[in-house]
Design a protein around this ligand. Structure first.
Ligand code: ZN
Length: 242
């Protein structure tokens, strides 16, 4: 049977989806499905292309309890704000805010375990985020370079990003990329992710030789690898105060 009207993407605009439920139209999907993505703290609603919107809506309505329970059971955010203490590059640091009305620019310094922001206004989150990204980049770059020297391989570049799907990557031509959220992981976990990507400079696979090298390049390979596997998604909990 032919349907008289072809269903287009716009037809799904009328759907009433709860917050944090995202529609994913998929040509290859066989049926409507809901899946939690714990990294982005949202639910993906996969719908085979051409499914009637009314059918999708009734599926969502039928599963609304599951959706709400699942979203409510997610771990809460850890907000980086004045006087909060949080892990940073393997240390526990405390965020101090000094309000100085005469300050022209916001200045951030890290001394021992105090991260201090001097600011003339209460709005500093964006600046703090930028500082963390830049500082992490410098640090992860020097760890990467030190490890790559050990295996006499050259790194083309080190980038940081907010990728939600992987903590690190290595291209075939030696470009490394890390999620800046690693900054909140224990040091051996950061070290393991760096060792992993640097080991890819020699082996672009996950062969036995690769894992042996990865272990050699890590401070504490087993602990770091285990922490990332068991707690990696914890890193998504850190958010900046508004
Ligand atoms: Zn890998």
């Amino acid at each position: 049977m032919f349907s008289r009207f072809k269903i287009t993407k716009e037809d799904y605009d009328t759907l009433e989806l709860p917050d944090r439920v995202h529609l994913n139209l998929n040509q290859n999907a066989r049926r409507i499905a809901l899946r939690l993505d714990s990294k982005s703290k949202s639910i993906r609603l996969t719908v085979p292309k051409g499914t009637a919107p009314s059918k999708v809506q009734s599926f969502v309505n039928k599963n609304i309890l599951w959706i709400n329970n699942t979203l409510n059971s997610l771990p809460s955010d850890i907000i980086l704000k004045e006087n909060s203490t949080f892990p940073y590059m393997g240390k526990h640091i405390t965020l101090k805010v000094i309000t100085d009305k005469s300050a022209k620019t916001r200045k951030i310094t890290l001394e021992e375990t105090d991260l201090t922001i001097r600011t003339s206004s209460d709005i500093y989150s964006e600046r703090l985020k930028r500082w963390i990204i830049n500082d992490f980049k410098e640090k992860v770059k020097s760890i990467s370079e030190e490890k790559s020297l050990n295996i006499k391989k050259e790194i083309k570049s080190v980038r940081v990003s907010d990728t939600k799907t992987r903590w690190g990557s290595c291209s075939h031509d030696g470009r490394l990329c890390f999620s800046w959220r690693l900054a909140f992981a224990p040091y051996e976990a950061i070290d393991y992710v760096v060792a992993h990507e640097v080991a890819h400079l020699r082996h672009l696979d996950h062969s036995k030789e690769f894992w042996t090298l990865c272990e050699e390049l890590s401070i504490d390979y087993a602990a770091g690898k285990r922490w990332m596997k068991e707690n990696g998604s914890e890193l998504m909990r850190y958010v900046f105060a508004q």
